[in-house]
Design a binder for this molecule. Structure first.
Ligand code: HEM
Length: 215
């Protein structure tokens, strides 16, 4: 991370450099997840182009938010941690708002029982995990804004890891039936739910390791 010392101008420059770097990370993560989502769900599957700007974007935002949250958690002692965490929070807020706007039997048939009027048990549990994870995020968001601390291991002891566990549950409970059917994967590409589950577990593992070596 480039730091330039020397009075107010130096600090301002350092802040701009950090903003650039957080922006770059956010853009790269979003570009990769959006390209993957468009390739898998539009080009290799049958989701129409008209759904790219909202339905498919929602998948990319959900996965970008999770990755950025993990990246922010791992950037201990980095001053752009707060900004990457904020980018994660905005992606996940957009994911929730888009989901609530789209939620219907036409867009999410696998979440609903046959007549499309009620949630399946797995959908209920998956959404509950999502809401709990989002609650953790809102709390971390509030603490991060009020303290702007990026140098400590945990903003709120253990809450980031609880979020990752519920995000993993959220993805697994909605995705497992598709995971078990690789012959149905468009272009043999794994579903984003599976990638998100693996990402959450990997981040939990790394965080656990660094937590142990910090103790
Ligand atoms: C921190 C909180 C959350 C995280 C990290 C998260 C993450 C994810 C991820 C990675 C996916 C898989 C993307 C896909 O393949 O579609 C997903 C899908 C989904 N999430 Fe969340 N989510 C969160 C909160 C929520 C909340 C609060 C709701 C309910 C309002 C929700 C509803 C959904 C739905 C309905 C899907 C399926 C979207 C689709 O299949 O197109 N999520 N979420």
């Amino acid at each position: 991370m480039p730091y330039i010392y020397g009075g107010e101008n130096g600090c301002f420059h350092a802040l701009n450099q950090n903003a650039m770097s957080a922006k770059k990370i956010t853009l790269i993560v979003f570009a990769i997840t959006m390209s993957y989502a468009v390739l898998r769900y539009h080009f290799l599957d049958s989701i129409p182009a008209s759904d790219i700007p909202f339905f498919i974007l929602n998948k990319a935002l959900a996965y970008s938010g999770l990755i950025l949250f993990g990246v922010a958690g791992l950037r201990i002692k980095s001053s752009d941690r707060h900004q990457i965490g904020m980018a994660a929070a905005y992606c996940l807020l957009a994911h929730v708002l888009i989901t609530l706007t789209l939620f219907s039997a036409d867009y999410f048939p696998k979440f609903l029982v046959n007549d499309g009027s009620r949630l399946t048990l797995y959908a209920s549990l998956s959404l509950l995990c999502g809401v709990i994870a989002f609650g953790c995020l809102v709390h971390l968001w509030r603490v991060s804004i009020s303290t702007r601390k990026g140098t400590e291991f945990s903003l709120v002891q253990g809450l980031g890891r609880i979020l990752l566990i519920f995000a993993a549950g959220h993805s697994a409970l909605m995705g497992v039936p598709t995971w078990l059917n690789p012959s149905m994967w468009p272009g043999s590409l794994p579903p984003i739910t599976m990638l998100a589950f693996a990402t959450a577990l990997i981040m939990l593992g790394i965080t656990h390791q660094s937590k142990r070596s910090n103790d």
